[in-house]
Design a protein around this ligand. Sequence first.
Ligand SMILES: [Fe+2]
Ligand SMILES: [Fe+2]
Length: 439
Amino acid sequence: MEKADKIKQMLEKGIVPTVDNINNSNKTGVDIVHAPEYIPHKVNVKEFHEANREKFTTMKNLLMNRSELQNAVSISRAPQMESKDVTVIGMVFEKTKFPTGTIRLELEDLSGKMVAIISKKNEELLKKAEFIAKDEVIGFIGGCSKGIFFINDIVWPDVPQKNLPTTKEDVYVAFLADIHVGSKVFLKEEFESFLKWLNDDNDISKKVKYILMCGDVVDGVGIYPQQDKELEITDIYEQFKALAKYIKQIPKDKQIIISASDHDGVRIEDPRPRIPKHLAPDLYDVDNIHLVTNPSIIKLHKVDSYPGINVLMYHGDSFDYYINNVEALRLAGGYDKGSEVIKFFLQRRHLSPTYGGQEVLPMKPDPLVLHQIPDVVHTGHIHKSDIGTYKGTIMICSSCFQGRTSYQEKLGHHPDPGKVILLNLKNMKIKILDFNKEV
Ligand SMILES: [Fe+2]
Ligand SMILES: [Fe+2]
């Protein structure tokens, strides 16, 4: 097939015609291993219904892998069992906390509903239960008496402990998000300092091979009330043009991966498509760019001597719902401690377990289920860097290149701009570069 025909065919399928894609090679070291695509069509209620049933079954199957839940019975059967040893897997339909501290849960599965109680006497379990969100699917270990289920322990699907592979030489991955080109408070000088640093060819910058930008790369138009008053560039096409000018300044030996989010002119529902060519034609001219969906999993640096590292890129719009609705997450630090929210997602193997916590299109399989356990989870959205490790998985919340907007003030965000997080694949150590001029 002629090269021009191949590129045309790829663009029609929404595939970015990178050097690797065209040549069926992987010289860039970037492999997109999970990128849920939604084919737009008229959605009906049946699809939502089926997608929710499928989500329940998927989560239940993940839980069935847990040894503690091997003998789980259906919810229609459990209340009839007068036993101290009953296990069920259920979706949380309702959660009520009484003034005494006791928690009442209404649980359901495909067979029915039942009431379950966590006694105020079980302090340790109560602490765990503070993190329960609506609609999540959990394993419950307890006993039944007179038709009421008393919970002794709860089990989330969770992730296993993992050891990450390391490279022989220094290879840095740079994590960014929320650049917000076009905003009046886009930190132009700081971002230009970062680009200059990349071009300095210093001991570290020359070893940066991958640059990940996890959404909100432009500020967009009409995203929140009266945003136009806070825009320097009021046209989204011009915003992407300005972004592309910056991207083209990044040395060609570095691979750039960009996902789309709530400010980037694509639909609000997950899975979000790649930034389309009609919005940002100039980005499609860049050879070392990979435009990906939100969420997506990217394998980086798969070479002969290294198996590669899987990075889940998820902008993190769902952070807002969980920080505002799960009190324990708020008390754990809320917007200032994004890694706690990522940990919450990893334990649930889902990026937004509550129906409506984030707008998601009805798809089978559910695009937000974590079937594969990533080596690194990279998020943005909250404009504040935070780093953590959970069972060996590295959690990275990116900083931003935007000052504080009135909207963020209202949401209670405390941005910490101008930082770039670097991960060295040789030892999995993290460095934070600070380009913030204010400090
Ligand atoms: Fe943002
Ligand atoms: Fe965002």
